[in-house]
Design a protein around this ligand. Structure first.
Ligand code: UDP
Ligand code: MG
Length: 314
C-alpha cells in the first residue's frame, strides 16, 4: 500500500490554456511513481477566468487543491501561498506554463527517496530565453553567490522538491519578501540536483519583465547579505584615505615652497566620485530600510480569498 504523499504546487497567472491540461498530466505521473498524489494550483489574481475553470475541474477531481489569492501578488508570493496551504511527505514547486516538464518528476522523487531533502533542478537549455536574459542570469548568480556565500546552483529555477522537513524550514524562513531559491539553499539539509530539458512556454510570453527580474534580484541580495553595505563602506574609506593623502601633499607643497598646486580637474574628479559613492550608499541604505520596513509592518506576502481543499465542494 502507498503511504508517501507528494503534492505539486503550481502558481498560475493567466495560465488558463496550460494549467488545465497540466493538472491531470501531473496527477498521472505522480500515480506512476506510486505515491498519493495531490496538485495545488494557486491562482495569482488571473484575469483570464483561470479560477472558474479550476473550480469546475475540482468538482470531478478531489485531489486538486485550489488557492485563490485576492489579487496578483507575484510568482514568489503565490508559490509561498501554495506551500503554506498543503501538507505532504514531499512538496514540489513547479511552473504552470508548461516549461517545467512533468516527465522530470520521477527523477526528483527518486532522489528524495534516496534521502535528499531538497532536490533542485537545472535546465539543460531554456528555449525562448534570449542571450540578454542568459547573461543577466549568469551575472546574477555570480553576484548572489559572492555576496551571500550561499552555494545556489547556477541556472536553478523554482522547480524543486522539498521533503517535509525542508518544507517546514522553508515556511519558517521565507520572510515577507520571499526569494525561495535563496531560502531553500539557506536552510541547508541534504541537497541534490537533477537535470531536465525545459520546454517552450505553451502559450503567451514570460511575465518576468526586466523590472520584475531586478526586483527579484534586489529581494534576493538584500534578503540574504549585508555585504553590499560593507563593500561600499570599505570603498568610501579607501577613497577618503586616497583623497586625504592627495590633499595633504597639495597643502604640504604649497606651504613648503609656496608652489601653487593646479587642481581644477582633480577637484572635479574627486568631488564627482565622492558624490557618486554617496548616492550609491544612500540607495543601498534605502533598499535595506525598505526591506526592514516590510518586516516591521508585518503584512503577509499574500492574502487568500478562497481555499478549496479536501472535503470542500465550492
Ligand atoms: N506567475 C505567478 N504570478 C505572477 C507571475 C507569474 O503566479 O505574477 C507564475 C506563472 O503563471 C508561471 C510561473 O509563475 O507559472 C513563472 O512565470 P513565467 O513563466 O512568466 O516566468 P519565467 O518562466 O519566464 O521565468
Ligand atoms: Mg515560464
Amino acid at each position: 500500500m502507498t503511504t508517501e504523499s507528494v503534492c505539486v504546487v503550481l502558481p498560475a497567472y493567466n495560465e488558463k490554456s496550460s494549467v488545465l491540461d497540466l493538472v491531470p498530466e501531473v496527477l498521472n505521473v505522480l500515480e506512476s511513481c506510486e505515491v498519493q498524489p495531490c496538485v495545488c494550483v494557486v491562482d495569482d489574481g488571473s484575469s483570464d477566468g483561470t479560477i472558474d475553470q479550476l473550480v469546475a475541474l475540482r468538482q470531478t477531481e478531489p485531489r486538486l487543491v485550489v488557492v485563490q489569492l485576492s489579487r496578483n501578488f507575484g510568482h514568489q508570493a503565490a508559490l509561498l501561498a501554495g506551500l503554506a496551504s498543503v501538507s505532504a511527505d514531499a512538496v514540489i514547486m513547479m511552473d504552470s506554463d508548461g516549461q517545467h516538464p512533468a516527465t522530470a518528476l520521477p527523477a526528483m522523487i527518486a532522489s528524495w527517496r534516496d534521502g535528499f531533502d531538497v532536490v533542485n533542478t537545472i535546465p539543460e537549455a531554456v528555449p525562448g530565453k534570449g542571450s540578454g536574459r542568459r547573461i543577466w542570469g549568469h551575472l546574477f548568480y555570480w553576484v548572489f553567490r559572492f555576496l551571500s556565500g550561499l552555494a545556489i546552483p547556477e541556472g536553478t529555477s523554482d522547480f524543486r522538491l522539498l521533503s517535509r522537513k525542508a518544507h517546514e524550514a522553508t515556511l519558517d524562513a521565507a520572510g515577507k519578501r520571499p526569494f525561495l531559491r535563496g531560502t531553500t539553499s539557506w536552510i541547508g539539509l541534504d541537497q541534490s540536483c537533477v537535470l531536465y530539458t525545459a520546454n517552450e512556454r505553451s502559450h503567451g510570453t514570460t511575465t518576468y519583465t526586466f523590472r520584475k527580474l531586478l526586483r527579484l534580484a534586489r529581494d534576493g541580495i538584500v534578503g540574504f547579505s549585508n555585504r553590499p553595505l560593507l563593500i561600499v563602506a570599505m570603498l568610501g574609506t579607501v577613497w577618503s584615505i586616497v583623497v586625504g593623502g592627495y590633499a595633504a601633499i597639495s597643502i604640504g607643497l604649497e606651504l613648503s615652497n609656496g608652489r601653487d598646486v593646479p587642481g581644477w580637474a582633480s577637484m572635479v574628479a574627486i568631488l564627482s566620485t565622492m558624490q557618486g559613492l554617496l548616492f550609491v550608499m544612500v540607495g543601498l541604505l534605502g533598499a535595506y530600510i525598505g526591506s526592514l520596513h516590510n518586516e516591521v509592518a508585518d503584512r503577509p506576502p499574500y492574502v487568500i480569498q478562497r481555499l478549496l481543499s479536501a472535503g470542500d465542494k465550492h
